[in-house]
Write a protein that binds this ligand. Structure first.
Ligand code: CO8
Length: 378
């Protein structure tokens, strides 16, 4: 049977960042400006005063201390609270598109780790929460910039973009339609966020990740993570939404309405999604005659530290060590579909042949993607 192997990964970290302190200072200044501007309506009881955000809450509720942004200056400007577009003339030069910059660097690093040249790749799956450009696709544009062969296409699966992309690459390779795939998740999420929303202004950061999936018998290098088994699951929920769409321009007067941007019922997500995730991982491992204790590592979705610790503890029956379930939330925040791959990229060099791990994403959709891997060395 054809086997597939993850032979490389790459991470692009944007040059700008914001700590909780910086983000909360800008948010609270915005609250002051808003409350001053609307003092009379607030006084008359016609409008509710906005409340301050707090660093202590953010760190305790999410485990996030900072996050990276393509642009932080617009987000930290209390009069603006929207990222600035700093990409110049990207329509004429696609290598200057913010999302493409992330994709190119992450892809180059992944190809380098796998020992591949662009012409060795015959499939690009550009799988991200959002696409900066729809026509032509981001994937085909990236294909032309890098010089890869074969075919390339875009797909979107929010929090599970990377794992769904990996499973698609695996399927294409197993079917014989491709030999070597580049899976790219470039999460340029900040333009989709509402930095005036106290409940969610601290959650997300921008980042780019990429992985290489090769047919095992054609591997150029001598090591990698064999994809033992993949499982995908979706189930509709409106507890995480961002209704932004190409039809938003038809009602320009509503362009700033909060329903267009990221919104969630965090508690409900926590309560509904976690049992699904724990159940799916448990079943997935059982199908493969594995227990959580057989895994060296769980590279879990990075949305919330409490969620990750809860899931890992339930699966293991005890508290996980950092090595068993590493988190990158403190530095990167929630990076949508990229989170589990950041954790994988940073924490996979210590594997020995035969050791196993699981990549698992979960979130908006709802969507869950689970990939069991085994380290191989030839
Ligand atoms: N500062 C101070 N207080 C605050 C703040 C703040 N910034 N925000 C809320 N509070 C207050 C609330 O008002 C509330 O007050 P009260 O008790 O008086 O009503 C109190 O703090 C507690 O609020 P919550 O119950 O909301 O707090 P939680 O402890 O639940 O923490 C979290 C909130 C962090 C959001 C948490 O619920 C969580 O992380 N849940 C899981 C959510 C999750 O995993 N979502 C998946 C995210 S989606 C994803 O990962 C990728 C999506 C890709 C983009 C998709 C675009 C559509």
């Amino acid at each position: 049977m054809t086997q597939t192997v993850i032979t490389g990964s790459g991470l692009y970290t944007p040059p700008n960042s914001a700590t909780n302190e910086e983000l909360v200072a800008a948010f609270n200044k915005h609250v002051d400006l808003y409350n001053q501007k609307h003092a009379a309506e607030i006084e008359a009881g016609d409008l509710e005063a906005l409340q301050y955000s707090s660093e202590a809450f953010i760190e305790k509720a999410s485990g996030i201390k900072s996050r990276y942004f393509v642009d932080a200056s617009g987000i930290l400007d209390p009069e603006r609270m929207i990222p600035n577009a700093n990409e110049g003339t990207w329509v004429e030069d696609k290598t200057k598109m913010s999302q493409m910059i992330m994709a190119i660097e992450a892809s180059e690093k992944a190809m380098e780790e796998a020992g591949l040249q662009p012409e060795d790749i015959d499939l690009i799956v550009f799988s991200s929460t959002i696409m900066q450009q729809h026509v032509p696709s981001m994937a085909i544009t990236l294909q032309s910039i890098l010089g890869t062969k074969g075919f390339a296409y875009d797909t979107q699966m929010a929090c599970s973009s990377a794992t769904f992309g990996l499973a698609q690459a695996e399927s294409f390779i197993k079917s014989g339609m491709a030999k070597r795939a580049l899976v790219v998740t470039a999460e340029y999420l900040s333009p989709l966020m509402n930095y005036k929303d106290r409940d969610s202004h601290f959650i997300f950061g921008d980042v780019g990740v990429a992985t290489i999936v090769e047919r095992e018998d054609l591997m150029k290098g001598n090591k990698g993570f064999r994809m033992v088994s993949s499982r995908l699951h979706t189930e509709l929920s409106e507890n995480i939404t961002a209704y932004w769409s190409f039809v938003s321009r038809l009602t320009p007067e509503k362009i700033d309405d909060s329903y267009l941007y990221f919104k969630q019922e965090g508690r409900k997500v926590f309560k509904e999604l976690l049992p699904m995730v724990i159940g799916l991982i448990g079943d997935h491992l059982e199908e493969n005659d594995l227990a959580a204790s057989d895994l060296k590592r769980m590279w879990l979705h990075q949305a919330n530290i409490n969620m990750n610790l809860f899931a890992a503890k339930k699966l293991l029956g005890r508290d996980p060590s950092f090595e068993e379930a590493p988190t990158v939330l403190e530095e990167y925040g929630n990076t949508g579909g990229a989170g589990c791959i950041i954790a994988f990229d940073k924490y996979h060099d210590d594997f020995k042949a035969g050791e196993k791990g699981i990549l698992c994403s979960f979130g908006a959709g709802y969507s869950i993607g689970s990939v069991v891997v085994e380290y191989i060395k030839k």
